[in-house]
Design a protein around this ligand. Structure first.
Ligand SMILES: Nc1ncnc2c1ncn2[C@@H]1O[C@H](COP(=O)(O)OP(=O)(O)OP(=O)(O)O)[C@@H](O)[C@H]1O
Length: 655
């Protein structure tokens, strides 16, 4: 059921004949959805004003706090203090109003228009710019300190943020602006990022960081909330996950000037090469050749890939290229998938290029546990001997072992051998999440038409043992003195871990298999499954929060398609009439409310509540006010939802 009310127009105007808007309007409201049949402008039942009006409080005062027509003919009583309710107050919805009332058309429409004589008005010249000397003087003003530059956008953002705390009161948020502003002013790049390295000295492009910290974690005094209260964080995924995903997205979009870095503009189907290898010195230790890694964009599917270039390698046997076919078929959660391999002279030499899936922001296992940052973190005093606190936690070691065993199981079952289990060739793509990298490279570099796979698979198991020993001792030279390393492992880890490493590194009698490792892992696999499922649950709950936001975003998109549309179906007024007029008024109700002082209400809680009620199509009624403040509509969310659906249907049908 919907109702409309034109607010008290002054006597003598055309709309004066409309509903007794000063309160006691007729209770005979229609029971049909009047505006869906485009009847907004149809005539309502009129109620004439009575002589007792003088004793009755003017409705405009009650609703708006003032009456435009006070002293200009409005005969109601204006001697009342402050209005009891604001425009947005739900109190108003208690009034019984009628939807079929005509919309008030003010007789003096031109009052707001620019008058003819104003065309001749002198051009406005700001005071400051009139006197260049004064300006120079102002600039020469001896300020004690340089003022930090704040762009207009920044200023707006900061002032909006300053206004926010009052609006989250319902969620128990008071100090949002303080925390946000503090975070925004600070340097959010915790670690020296690749950006700084690559843009160093180029001066070509100043990187604008994303504001990852717009929603800081709740402060202690707002975390103690009542069950029905929510913080703004409750509507979004966790800060850490959001920042991680933002960083990954940002990393995918990073580019450098190809000429400046001596990179080809195009390489086969790939372009926009971006070097990932941050070390200046290139080692030949692993492959026997120097290698580089680049992020690049594929012009065929638009995806990002990691290109590994083996420098100065001349392919002598075309058959070697076939070895990649077996690897292309392997899809596993702990293996970096390979897409293709090709040779190229684009770098000015004979290069062999392998194309792998790109995992943004990943690090190598070496970087994580042996890199300079890891070393610093593990030593309270530089050079101090390691103690038990700085060994890798046993649970992490078991997790690594289970993941790598799972990868090896897949590889060996496919009749292949990894041939490279090295901390620099294992990627860490998430928390304790590892993937075997560079699969297939060795098969091509040391091509053998009839390789001894069984022998190579035994090597894989031995290499896995060496890696585990290196990690357990947290020393790259652990395998140089095996008895001492085993002693160290026995001191710091369980008997099971020591036995496992001994098994992996022992001589095969006659053969060791991955299945044997799996049976030795036993119940640890169950622990890993449990951890993975718990992590999955956390992600799922994060996802469900954003799911709601996605729903609201779609609703807002519908609004955007409909509201203020300049022309549709040969009708320039389409978005301003019929059902769409309700939608427009609802948009004003949700977003454009002002408080008693005429200041914009920036209340996220109000917006979310309205949009959720709209999406659910609840029966609750609200009062929508026309922009000229002369008519009101009382509508339910269900009816507004029907209007939006019908208007959107019109738009989509027209395709
Ligand atoms: N598939 C990939 N996706 C995303 N990043 C990758 C990928 N492969 C490698 N990288 C990144 O490239 C960087 C360099 O890799 P690389 O294998 O050359 O390691 P490295 O430690 O430099 O080894 P080396 O000493 O052999 O050059 C790594 O830090 C890793 O983060």
């Amino acid at each position: 059921m919907a109702s409309a009310i034109p607010i008290v127009p002054p006597p003598g105007t055309t709309a004066a004949s409309t509903v007794g808007a000063n309160g006691e309007s007729s209770s005979s409201t229609p029971t049909t959805n009047a505006w869906t049949s485009k009847s907004i402008t149809s005539k309502p039942s009129a109620v004439s004003l009575t002589n007792s009006n003088k004793s009755r409080t003017c409705r405009n005062i009650v609703i708006h706090g003032f009456c435009k027509y006070e002293g200009k003919g409005c005969e109601f009583n204006h001697d009342i203090g402050k209005p009891a309710v604001s425009v947005s107050s739900p109190e108003i919805s208690k009034a019984k109003l009628h939807v079929n009332s005509p919309i008030f058309k003010p007789s003096n429409l031109s009052s707001g228009a620019v008058k003819a004589e104003s065309i001749n008005a002198p051009e406005f010249v700001p005071k400051q710019s009139q006197d260049p000397n004064a300006l120079a003087g102002a600039n020469a003003d001896s300020r004690p300190m340089a003022q930090p530059f704040a762009s207009p956008m920044q200023n707006n953002l900061m002032s909006n943020i300053d206004n926010l705390p009052a609006n989250f009161s319902q969620f128990g948020i008071n100090d949002v602006s303080m925390s946000m502003a503090g975070q925004m002013a600070g340097n959010y790049y915790g670690e020296g990022s690749a950006n700084n390295y690559y843009y160093q000295g180029t001066g070509a492009m100043l990187h604008q960081p994303l504001q990852y910290h717009l929603y800081n974690t709740p402060l202690p005094h707002v975390s103690n909330l009542l069950p029905h209260q929510k913080t703004i964080h409750g509507f979004f995924i966790s800060d850490t996950l959001r920042e991680e995903l933002h960083r990954k997205n940002e990393m995918i979009l990073q580019t450098v000037n190809a000429q400046e870095y001596g990179l080809p503009e195009e390489l086969h189907e790939y372009h926009s090469l971006y070097p990932l290898d941050l070390t200046q010195e290139k080692s030949t230790e692993v492959f026997g050749y120097q290698s580089s890694v680049y992020k690049s964009m594929c012009s065929v599917d638009g995806r990002t890939y990691a290109l590994r270039r083996i420098e100065g390698f001349r392919l002598t046997n075309e058959q070697a290229m076939q070895t990649i076919e077996g690897w292309r078929r392997i899809r596993h959660a702990n293996i970096v998938s390979i897409r293709e391999a090709f040779t190229s002279k684009a770098f000015g030499d004979h290069s062999l290029i392998f194309v792998y899936d790109y995992h943004p922001c990943s690090k190598t296992l070496y970087d994580v546990h042996f890199g300079s940052q890891a070393q610093l973190a593990s030593q309270v005093v530089v050079g101090a001997p390691k103690n038990a606190d700085h060994v890798i936690h046993e649970r992490i070691l078991w997790s690594y072992l289970i993941q790598l065993t799972s990868a090896l199981k897949k590889i060996h079952s496919a009749g292949l051998a990894a041939r490279l289990i090295d901390p620099t060739k294992i990627l860490v793509t998430g928390k304790n999440r590892i993937r075997l990298n560079c699969c297939g490279v060795m098969d091509m570099l040391t091509y053998d038409a009839a390789p001894n796979i069984a022998h190579l698979q035994q090597d894989d198991i031995l290499n896995l043992g060496q890696l585990m020993m290196t990690l357990a001792c947290k020393s790259l030279t652990a395998t140089h003195n095996i008895p001492k390393s085993i002693e160290y492992i026995a001191q710091h880890y369980s008997q099971d871990m020591k036995n496992m490493i001994l098994f992996l590194m022992s001589q095969p009698v006659p053969m060791k298999t991955v299945d044997q490792i799996i049976s030795m892992l036993g119940s640890r696999v169950l622990q890993e499954i449990n951890d993975v499922q718990n992590a999955n649950d956390v992600l799922e709950s994060d996802l469900s929060r954003e799911l709601e936001n996605g729903r609201l975003a779609r609703l807002l998109m519908k609004f955007g398609f409909i509201n203020e549309r300049p022309e549709f179906d040969m009708d320039p007024a389409w978005s301003e009439t019929g059902d769409r007029y309700i939608i427009k008024l609802f948009r004003d109700y949700v977003f454009h409310q002002v408080d008693e002082a005429g200041l914009p209400v920036l209340d996220v809680a109000h917006v979310l509540t309205c949009l959720n009620k709209l999406d659910a199509g609840v029966e609750e009624k609200i009062v929508l006010m026309s922009r000229d403040e002369l008519s009101c509509l009382i509508v339910s969310y269900r009816e507004i939802k029907a209007c939006i659906e019908s208007a959107f249907r019109d738009l989509s049908k027209s395709k």
